[in-house]
Ligand binder design. Sequence first.
Ligand code: AMP
Length: 280
Amino acid sequence: MRTIRSPKKMSQAVRELVAAGKTLALVPTMGALHEGHLALVDRARKSADVTLASIFVNPTQFGPGEDYLNYPRDNRRDLALLRERGVDIVFLPQVKDIYPEGFETYVSVEKMTQTLEGASRPGHFRGVTTVVAKLLNITRPDVVIFGQKDYQQALTLRRMCLDLAYPVKFIIAPTVRERDGLAMSSRNQYFSPEQRAEAVCLIIGLRAARKAFKAGETSVRAIGELIRSEAKTVCPTVKFEYVAVTDFETFAPLKALKKGAMISLAARVHGVRLIDNLRL
Ligand code: AMP
């Protein structure tokens, strides 16, 4: 496994691989890797000749007061995991290489970033689309893979790739969960064991919603209330930011539940902001 830090060297390595007729798959990450990230790596290995992963904690996608400085970082551990999983090249740029002095060019997807995560975290998606556009420009992959866990992010980036004609196959891979159902997340590290046990409240709420839908419930409001009350039985202090029902493909808000619809939510569990979703 090669580790490359400079964007120029990364682009050079890509040119050589392309000249040798190789196809490339990219998995962008912010490190603090877990099985969710590694499942994307597995998918990448099946999708192209060469597997590339990037690790970059992107400052522009964190708002003021968010956890940019405290975000878990452990490159040694991450590199060992990626090597073990068969990654060929890790791109590990520094902030000054991605955002050179005087940086002032951003990429924004306009409409679909206004709601849910975009409304809760102003500027977040502009940071995400900008860094991913840049990673795609540097690595020019044939395939890029994101997780459904960050569903609005995945749809936003897919929109960007379409709109800006990135010649890349865009894959959205399923959410990997812990044994009890909690969606794997780098932020789960922030919990004490007692808090961690209660973090399962979100998927418990979502699964109750799916059960109610199967039993005939179609009201968006009722399902939102059910999710909140079920979650509170496990974690009485959970604070929801939103529960939303959207069309899975178009992200349009739905007035009634239907098969294939997406339920997304964000909540603070013991002060840690988590998101999760479930498709009906
Ligand atoms: P992050 O390092 O949190 O920016 O995530 C990097 C990529 O991993 C994104 O495409 C995420 O959607 C994806 N990801 C994070 N957690 C999971 C998970 N539990 N299952 C599947 N993909 C995930």
